[in-house]
Design a binder for this molecule. Structure first.
Ligand code: ADP
Length: 359
């Protein structure tokens, strides 16, 4: 009896795709155990830290497969970590599984806030994350996360990134120039510094490298796309028509340099008044979802204007607010999960492109 239930469950879930690679969890050795204990079937499954942000989706999908195959069975699923290190990306030494560029058509729409929040949220949800501030003309990541100091060069001639309070490696031009100094770049210097940030920084092993791109122009996007394959770009915009038009230009820029679009985020989408609880649509609302549909780009979610995000950014405490304030955190985590779901969809569409050996 118990053997047949175990077999039924194994058959039902064995070919479910691992979210990271798109290959079956059975072939990847991720079904650790299935044991019948009294009334209940105890199942241990392993998931890589890359997939941890969407672990609830995974467990829900497995539970529905079991419910369909063995109705009435009580199951208890526990997750353990499937240790699967990243391979080297491109020709450089960067070891990261998914590199995500966060861009916008113009400045001031909250691109850096979204990039930093995405990195912090993915790390909080269980992944290994690094954050590269490639907005060399206006690096604001150090300010948003309250980071300062000069990156040291280690014995292997690698640049040591500055670590956030939660241990996330961060690299920014802001660590290398004085805050009040303008940075004047010629093309080749820009190209060289970005490649150094990517390949000569001691990032360690990452699930996600989030890159805060400069707004508008395509030269840095081109440099990065030539150095490494990207999982894709997230385009941030506000709901106003002018910002949306610029966002469409950003989408076409990413398409020109062959960076896939993971989706659009509508930032500053309505203001929830903390005193009266009423929502005011200061810049309008919903425009990005419409533009995303028209441009055939996924929509990743809306982020309201939240005073706590603005003050936290000014005080260098963006990560603390995300950790401590549920209301601020929820929409940001929603966007982070939506981004991972897009990456998962890419993997399941092309399971054989993963560089992992099949077990
Ligand atoms: P960008 O990178 O597009 O230039 P920033 O991320 O630097 O924009 O944001 C510009 C300003 O807007 C910052 O002061 C930031 O704190 C604030 N801001 C961004 N998003 C929000 C939001 N959802 N709610 C409140 N303030 C925000």
């Amino acid at each position: 009896m118990s053997n047949s239930i175990t077999d039924t469950i194994r058959t039902a879930i064995g070919n479910y795709p691992d979210p990271e690679t798109g290959r079956s969890i059975e072939s990847m050795g991720q079904i650790r155990s299935i044991e019948v204990q009294g009334e209940c079937v105890e199942i241990e499954l392993a998931l890589s830290s890359h997939s941890m942000p969407i672990k609830e989706d995974f467990v829900d999908a497995i539970e529905s497969r079991i419910a369909a195959a063995a109705p009435g069975t009580k199951t208890n699923i526990t997750l353990s970590i499937h240790d699967r290190p990243p391979v080297r990306l491109g020709q450089i030494a960067l070891r990261a599984k998914s590199v995500i560029a966060v861009g916008s058509g113009k400045g001031g729409v909250g691109k850096s806030t979204v990039a930093a929040s995405l990195a912090v949220s993915l790390q909080r949800l269980g992944s290994k994350v690094g954050l590269l501030d490639a907005d060399v003309y206006g690096p604001s990541i150090p300010q948003l996360l309250g980071l300062s100091g000069r990156p040291a060069v280690n014995a292997n001639k690698k640049i040591e990134p500055i670590c956030s309070k939660s241990g996330m490696p961060v690299m920014s031009m802001g660590f290398l120039v004085e805050p009040d100094q303008a940075v004047i770049w010629r093309g080749p210097m820009l190209h060289g510094s970005i490649n150094q940030f990517l390949g000569d920084t001691n990032w360690g092993e990452l699930d996600y490298l989030i890159i805060d791109m400069p707004p508008g122009t395509g030269d840095i996007a081109l440099t990065i796309s030539q150095a490494i394959p990207l999982a894709g770009a997230v385009v941030v915009c506000t709901p106003q028509e002018v910002a949306l038009l610029d966002a469409i230009k950003a989408i076409s820029m990413f398409r020109k340099v062959n960076i896939p679009l993971l989706g659009m985020v509508e930032n500053m989408s309505g203001f929830l008044c903390p005193d009266c609880g009423k929502t005011y649509d200061i810049f309008g609302r919903g425009g990005a979802r419409e533009k995303a549909e028209q441009s055939n780009v996924p929509f990743l979610g809306c982020l309201p204007i939240d005073i706590s995000l603005r003050t936290a950014g000014d005080e260098g405490e963006l990560d603390q607010v995300i950790t401590n304030d549920e209301r601020a955190r929820a929409p940001l985590e929603g966007v982070a999960k939506a981004v991972v779901r897009q990456i998962v969809a890419q993997a399941s569409a092309k399971p054989n492109q993963s560089s992992l050996p099949v077990l």
